[in-house]
Design a protein around this ligand. Structure first.
Ligand SMILES: *[C@@H]1O[C@H](CO)[C@@H](O)[C@H](O)[C@H]1NC(C)=O
Ligand SMILES: *[C@@H]1O[C@H](CO)[C@@H](O)[C@H](O)[C@H]1NC(C)=O
Ligand SMILES: *[C@@H]1O[C@H](CO)[C@@H](O)[C@H](O)[C@H]1NC(C)=O
Ligand SMILES: *[C@@H]1O[C@H](CO)[C@@H](O)[C@H](O)[C@H]1NC(C)=O
Ligand SMILES: *[C@@H]1O[C@H](CO)[C@@H](O)[C@H](O)[C@H]1NC(C)=O
Ligand SMILES: *[C@@H]1O[C@H](CO)[C@@H](O)[C@H](O)[C@H]1NC(C)=O
Length: 387
């Protein structure tokens, strides 16, 4: 089983050249239609029968791992990808078009699905489009809805004539468990139901989150010979996009200067709206500020009439206050540490690898901290020292 980190055997030879010796490591072919198709490097000694003659690269997400920006790139630059890299984007009419395949099949198999996209007519049309794309070039298909699939859904997908003719290659993004949870917690708590310290929520729900990413991996590895995992945090740290990884690494398997120039081309076209990482203390700050707000409402009629609308997401003021709070740090439970995933997949991991997490130490809060917290509240809710 070839995975990221292990030797890769991935070839895309034009059908006519399929009999070319397998020891060729780099063959660039320009067909008359202008598609560029390259054979790619295999592990030097482990070269096997080329199995990926007709690669279909399926990016499966999951949600909350930068899928939106990547899909926008695919959709806006499909023509460029075709001309420049010989890559075809299946489902290029809208950012979410590939979800029609994912959701329709999920529905068929009784899984959870997005009803907006379940449409078998539409799915059949998309399979036809994929079938009509040249067989000697890579095709990319992306939807986070694929992350909901189990083996049965994938087997059904693979049995489709359009798919049978190609070999599958999967791309999945790993996100550090706590940051994954934080982003979901953050979204859910925009409704201000945050009663519990973030730490408690994080630890209580950790199992479903740690398991979730392993389950996706299990499924993908059982249905595809090639699974490329990549770390969300690593990409951010190395300052390149998921689009670069999917196009230049997972699809074209470029190296050296070829990779550099591929990266440069993709980076130029990717819209990057990187959300800053929230420190975990930011979540506590929002909760504490909200608690303070409910108390201050009783003291000032201006405050009473105000609305508390503080979300941690991309909120610089919250992060600034969070940095000044007294903290208490602890180690994540062992199974929590994403190292298990990193070890299993061999992905490049971020250097700021968290095994420790810090929270606001509520027992050490002093008046100055409460004053700072109150600067985040609406007009009239501030703590005034003359009180
Ligand atoms: C975009 O999709 C259409 C079908 O909807 C297909 O004919 C075309 O080749 C695709 N374009 C690119 C550049 O991949
Ligand atoms: C399903 O897709 C077809 C083809 O694109 C479209 O004509 C039809 O309106 C869609 N049906 C629903 C219920 O959206
Ligand atoms: C990261 O890459 C982008 C796009 O290539 C560039 O504009 C930016 O300056 C880089 N940032 C850092 C910190 O290297
Ligand atoms: C992508 O490929 C380049 C060139 O081989 C390599 O330097 C880089 O580490 C790869 N990135 C990842 C995330 O594997
Ligand atoms: C990951 O692998 C390293 C090196 O083999 C090992 O020391 C470490 O204990 C492993 N971590 C986990 C969580 O299994
Ligand atoms: C309530 O807050 C407003 C605005 O900050 C302030 O002008 C007012 O004096 C406060 N009232 C009381 C009773 O503290």
């Amino acid at each position: 089983m070839a995975r990221s980190g292990s030797a890769r055997v991935w070839t895309c030879l034009a059908a006519a050249a399929a009999t070319t010796t397998m020891l060729v490591t780099t063959v660039i072919m320009l067909s008359r239609t202008g598609f560029v198709c390259e054979s790619l490097r295999g592990g030097e000694k482990k070269l096997r029968v080329p199995r990926c003659k007709f690669p279909l690269v399926v990016h499966v997400g999951p949600h909350k791992t930068g899928t939106t920006s990547f899909q926008r790139f695919l959709w806006m630059h499909a023509k460029w990808l075709q001309k420049e890299h010989g890559i075809f984007v299946a489902a290029n009419n809208s950012r979410k078009e590939a979800a029609h395949i994912a959701s329709t099949i999920s529905k068929q198999f009784g899984g959870s699905f997005n009803p907006k996209y379940a449409n078998s007519t539409k799915m059949a049309e998309l399979f036809q489009v994929i079938d009509s794309m040249p067989k000697n070039c890579p095709v990319i298909l992306s939807s986070e809805e694929f992350s909901r699939w189990h083996t049965a859904e994938w087997n059904y997908f693979k049995s489709q004539p359009a798919i049978q003719k190609r070999c599958l290659s999967m791309v999945v993004t790993h996100r550090q468990t706590w940051s994954f949870q934080a982003s979901i917690w953050n979204q859910q708590n925009k409704q201000l139901t945050m009663q519990q310290p973030f730490l408690i929520t994080v630890l209580r729900e950790k199992d479903s989150y740690t398991g979730f990413q392993f389950e996706i991996l299990d499924v993908l590895e059982s249905v595809s010979d090639v699974v490329d995992a990549v770390s969300y945090e690593y990409l951010r740290e190395a300052n390149y996009s998921l689009a670069t990884f999917v196009v230049c690494n997972a699809t074209k398997r470029l190296e050296g200067t070829e990779w550099e120039s591929c990266k440069m081309g993709v980076d130029l076209r990717v819209q990057r709206n990187i959300n800053p990482f929230e420190p975990p203390t930011a979540f506590d700050v929002v909760r504490l500020a909200y608690g303070l707000y409910t108390r201050q409402k009783a003291l000032n009629s201006t405050c009473m009439r105000s609305q508390f609308t503080l979300a941690t997401y991309q909120n610089l003021a919250v992060s600034r206050v969070a940095e000044q709070m007294p903290t208490q740090c602890g180690n994540f439970p062992k199974e929590y540490v994403d190292e298990l995933y990193y070890n299993r997949t061999g992905v490049l991991r971020p250097s700021r690898h968290t095994s420790e997490i810090c929270f606001v130490d509520e027992r050490s809060l002093e008046l100055k901290h409460w004053e700072l917290l109150s600067t985040l509240l609406p007009q009239g809710c501030q703590i005034t020292t003359t009180e």
